[in-house]
Write a protein that binds this ligand. Structure first.
Ligand code: C5P
Length: 217
């Protein structure tokens, strides 16, 4: 068997949350630890790929042999993805914040004791995955994730068409998946649904990279 099936391929991975500033000391984020994306980066590097890992703020070491680009906001992440192209494969694992604060101030919002709560107007962030799928520089294989708390396969299937991805990896985050060590995923594509058992995130990564490798034989 080929030990380095992804040799010569560039794999682009986004991982972790994004932080969207409210003011210089506060932000909007989500519970993503980055573990699943980092495990995929490591598995892809072990399969011989050249890996660019675009990471939101997470507390994880860089996997061996992986080029890491740290970003904070969704807009930073979108720019870093663009700058990392071309790629043969993109795996968008990041839990990107859907919204950002419209006018994040340069100074800390003060609590003045009046009981008046500051209004936070939100605006939508760019959809990095959908943008990449529609791009003239679209990688040959684009894989998205769908973190859901119910109807995982139905939502993942809908997302496949809506985003224009080749595969959507649906995962049920109703338990302690976000921040946890294990994941149970359903890989949804035009060919159907490939459901994996509940596994450590490293094993999910290995299974996904093995399927990616098969596309490039
Ligand atoms: O629409 P939803 O956020 O559920 O889609 C999840 C998928 O889309 C993930 O692959 C995620 O990385 C990607 N995404 C993105 N940019 C966004 C929102 C989600 O790349 N603004």
């Amino acid at each position: 068997v080929d030990e380095k099936p992804l040799a010569g391929r560039h794999v682009l991975i986004t991982a972790g949350p994004t932080h969207e500033p409210i003011d210089p000391v506060r932000y909007i984020a989500n519970r993503s630890s980055g573990r699943q994306g980092f495990a995929i980066a490591q598995a892809a590097a072990q399969a011989g790929a050249s890996v660019t890992l675009i990471a939101g703020p997470v507390d994880l070491p860089t996997p061996h042999g992986v080029r890491r680009v740290n970003v904070e906001t969704a807009r930073d992440m979108a720019a870093a993805v663009e700058a990392a192209l071309p790629a043969d494969v993109a795996v968008m694992v990041a839990a990107v914040a859907d919204w950002r604060v419209a006018d994040a101030g340069a100074h800390k919002i003060k609590k003045d004791g009046s009981g008046i709560v500051p209004p936070l107007a939100l605006v939508e962030n760019p959809d990095i995955l959908a943008g990449l799928c529609a791009s003239p520089r679209r990688p040959r294989l684009v894989v998205g994730f769908a973190a859901e708390t119910q109807d995982v396969i139905a939502h993942a299937t809908a997302k496949l068409a809506r985003k224009g991805a080749d595969w959507i990896v649906g995962n049920d985050v109703s338990g302690d998946v976000m921040g946890g060590l294990r994941n149970s995923v359903h890989i949804v594509s035009a060919d159907g649904v490939d459901s994996l058992p509940d596994l450590p995130k490293e094993a999910v990564a290995a299974a996904l990279v093995e399927r990616i490798s098969r596309v490039f034989v």
